[in-house]
Design a protein around this ligand. Structure first.
Ligand code: ATP
Ligand code: MG
Length: 364
């Protein structure tokens, strides 16, 4: 699962990538600095992991990770191939969620491809290009399904109806994610089409240093414009955080962060939000050798969670011993949790909860 950083050229996408990842992307003050996507695997900051570490004292600790992709900027006409648009749109299609960066800072030295700062217009420009690309997808599919529908094929008729609904919405400037489908229609027709505007989105307002804590007028406008989208809006002083992230020394970084009024980097918040946007949650394994955070889809069953460690664990799954994170912390160790009778034994239908500390029993 990976989240893609999307937006107009020169709005701070690569700079954001550099706040998140140790893989360094080239960022510079000119449009289309990025052509090939930059890919980074980012640790998901999780205070629970530190807590478990202090209780268990393991040899090593491994955090959960999420993949972030820094993609080239899109411009008006991208869906028609402007600015290598088609290639960039293909890069976006390969991601599972979109981090949409909006320029919300004034700075005459930083070029804006459309002449002035206006995050609402920018958002609409990007949305429109993504919608036009999806329209192309829908038209291709309609072309294919039309004949079969005419000859009376029931499935084809159903698909045609769904596609026509999507087409009408896209033509009206609505993204696929805003539409409602029956579960069957969704699974059979919508999901396989991999519409770009169906991917979950989060807006990242790139602000100046002074607006890192409470945002600014641009941010307010963004919030207002997207209020019906149920999408998260995150405020991040991307330029400043990238500079702070360059500092080697942890104490020094903390000092600069508190100078701008933050107790943790906005990028940490963003990574956790991206993880959620990807529908991911964490369970832990905790032993003296290793305390580790594992990533599973929200709604995963115990055997599926076991399968993240090894496919044999899933195939040969017998049961799981589960300790809720809060119980683990309250009692302080696995043995004390057991004594208190708080360790649960769960079977193959158990739905994993975020923060579960799990131990799997299986045979191979
Ligand atoms: N909040 C900010 N305040 C001031 N300058 C910023 C801010 N964020 C980014 N910048 C600057 O904007 C310029 C463009 O940044 P960056 O290269 O990250 O953009 P990009 O979106 O990746 O562009 P491209 O699409 O061309 O790859 C850089 O000079 C960067 O330092
Ligand atoms: Mg870039």
């Amino acid at each position: 699962m990976k989240a893609g950083i999307v937006g107009l050229p020169n709005v701070g996408k690569s700079t954001l990538f550099n706040c998140l990842s140790n893989a360094k992307a080239q960022s510079a003050n000119f449009p289309f600095c990025t052509i090939e996507p930059n890919i980074g695997v980012v640790n998901v900051p999780d205070p629970r992991l530190e807590k478990l570490e202090s209780l268990v004292n393991p040899e090593r600790v491994l955090p959960a990770t999420v993949e972030i992709v820094d993609i080239a900027g899109l411009v008006k006409g991208a869906s028609k191939g402007e600015g290598l648009g088609n290639q960039f749109l293909a890069n976006i299609r390969e991601t599972d969620a979109i981090l949409h960066v909006l320029r919300c800072f004034d700075n005459d030295n930083i070029v804006h491809v459309d002449g002035n700062v206006n995050p609402i217009r920018d958002k609409e420009t990007i949305d429109m290009e993504l919608q036009l690309k999806d329209l192309e997808t829908v038209d291709k599919k309609l072309e294919k399904v039309k004949r079969a529908a005419k000859t009376g094929n029931k499935d084809a008729q159903k698909e045609e109806a769904v596609l026509l609904q999507i087409k009408a919405a896209l033509e009206a400037g609505t993204s696929v994610r805003a539409l409602e489908f029956s579960e069957d229609d969704y699974e059979d027709f919508v999901k396989p089409a991999q519409f770009i505007t169906e991917k979950p989105v989060m807006y990242v307002c790139n602000v100046d240093e002074g607006s890192a804590v409470s945002g600014n007028e641009y941010v307010e406008k963004v919030r207002e414009a997207v209020k019906d989208e149920k999408a998260e809006v995150l405020v991040l002083a991307v330029g400043t955080e990238a500079d702070i992230n360059e500092l080697e020394d942890y104490e020094e970084r903390q000092m600069f962060l508190s100078d701008i009024g933050l107790d943790e980097p906005g990028s940490s918040k963003l990574i956790r939000a991206a993880y959620k946007l990807l529908n991911q949650q964490t369970y832990f394994t905790a032993g003296v050798k290793e305390v580790r955070a594992w990533t599973v889809n929200i709604g995963a069953t115990a055997p599926q969670a076991a399968g993240v460690i090894h496919s044999d664990f899933e195939k040969g799954f017998i049961r799981a011993e589960v300790i809720g994170y809060e119980d683990y912390v309250t009692y302080g160790s696995e043995s004390k949790v057991k004594e208190a009778g708080k360790m649960r034994v769960e079977g193959k239908n158990y739905i994993v909860k975020d923060g579960d500390v799990m131990h799997f029993l299986f045979n191979v």
